[in-house]
Ligand binder design. Structure first.
Ligand code: ATP
Ligand code: MG
Ligand code: FE
Length: 341
């Protein structure tokens, strides 16, 4: 089957065509960095308007690149949440209109499910169940991915997400926006041992993550004016790595049966984080899987792929399906602890 995927939940507008045989026929993406840079972060209203301007030309360009028409597509998948609701609605309403006009089924995709299943687009050998570290701008979770739509959340953050910590650190250090890649570049030039920074919840018996204290420590280190931005960035990144590894190690111990260790989400594009997780997997004799960098940060191929996985199971949605600003992957775990969803 051929699936058209649409993504518009944050500050990337994207359209892609992906087949159930894992062929990415076309993918188009328009970032909005320039529009948001003056504000040092994503402004929801600016994002929604930019999605309106960018989306239809991107869909047309994707179809053109693939040499297809809408009639050739088997289903239309769009992010229906979680995310900035204005942007989500732009993508979802566009998908509904196309589905209605072309008489195609609609698939409402959870953006987090897009991140969670994309490792299987990149790696055909990756089977359920796998242990997933989902690290992105709004989330930091450990999940046992048991199947499509079947997620057991083992841990989440009690305050900031990992990507949020990167973005705030970049802002504090004046490294620019978007923050993750800027911090990674600066960290490569610094000494990770020069500044002593905390590792919140390291070794804790509870499973969760915390990054707010680390961010405050970055602020104090900056104000002390004793170290370069590069050294602070390197210290920060190493602290994040230590926390991610410690928490993931704990999850490996309590989640026997996982066939692989997998990382996904925008922060999974970070080289040293990928390398540390790969080492951790090797130490536990687990296969390691991570999508290529461009499939880690937001894109539409991941939404098309999640759509393909759902379509194969007959999971389509009615045209009146609602956009959801919040949409936990594991609603049961979310009842127990709502943070980080
Ligand atoms: P969510 O998926 O939780 O809704 P989002 O869609 O905004 O959030 P993603 O696009 O998945 O987030 O990821 C963006 C985040 O990834 C940003 O916080 C960004 O700073 C971070 N990021 C991107 N590249 C890197 C990198 N190389 N190193 C560290 N962080 C990175
Ligand atoms: Mg973005
Ligand atoms: Fe995302």
């Amino acid at each position: 089957a051929i699936i058209l995927g649409i993504e518009s939940s944050c500050d990337e507008t994207a359209a892609a065509l992906v087949t159930s045989e894992r062929h990415i026929l076309a993918h188009k993406l328009a970032g909005q960095e320039e529009a948001h840079r003056p504000f040092g972060g994503v402004v929801p209203e600016i994002a929604a308007r930019a999605h309106v301007d960018a989306l239809e030309p991107l869909i047309a360009a994707a179809l053109d690149e693939a040499g297809l028409e809408l009639a050739d597509v088997d289903a239309i998948a769009a992010t229906a949440g979680p995310g900035l609701i204005g942007g989500v609605m732009v993508g979802l309403v566009t998908a509904k209109a196309l589905a209605l006009a072309a008489g195609k089924p609609l698939i409402a995709v959870n953006h987090l499910e897009g991140h969670a299943l994309t490792p299987r687009l990149a790696d055909p050998a990756l089977c359920f169940p796998y242990l997933l570290l989902l690290v992105s701008g709004g989330h930091c979770q450990l999940l046992l991915v048991e199947g499509v739509g079947r997620y057991k959340r083992l841990a989440t953050t009690i305050d900031d997400a990992a990507g949020e910590a990167f973005d705030k650190t970049a802002k504090l250090l004046g490294l620019g926006f978007p923050g993750g890649p800027a911090v990674e570049r600066a960290a490569a030039l610094g000494d990770p041992k020069a500044v002593k920074l905390p590792r919140p919840l390291l070794g804790s018996a509870e499973p969760h993550f915390s990054f707010a204290g680390l961010k405050s420590a970055v602020l104090r280190a900056r104000d002390a004016q004793t170290h370069s931005a590069e050294d602070i960035a390197a210290g920060f990144q190493q602290a994040v790595i230590d926390c991610l590894i410690d928490r993931t190690k704990r999850a490996i111990a309590v989640a026997p049966g996982a066939t692989a260790l997998v990382v996904a989400g925008g922060v999974a594009a970070n080289g040293p984080i990928r390398a540390a997780l790969q080492q951790l997997a090797a130490a536990h004799d687990l296969p390691f899987s991570a999508p290529p960098l461009w499939l880690c940060t937001d894109n539409a191929a991941m939404i098309a792929w999640a759509g393909a996985e759902r379509f194969a199971l007959g999971l389509t949605d009615p045209l009146d399906v609602a956009a959801r600003p919040r949409w936990p992957l594991d609603p049961e775990a979310d009842k127990v602890r709502g943070a980080g969803v």
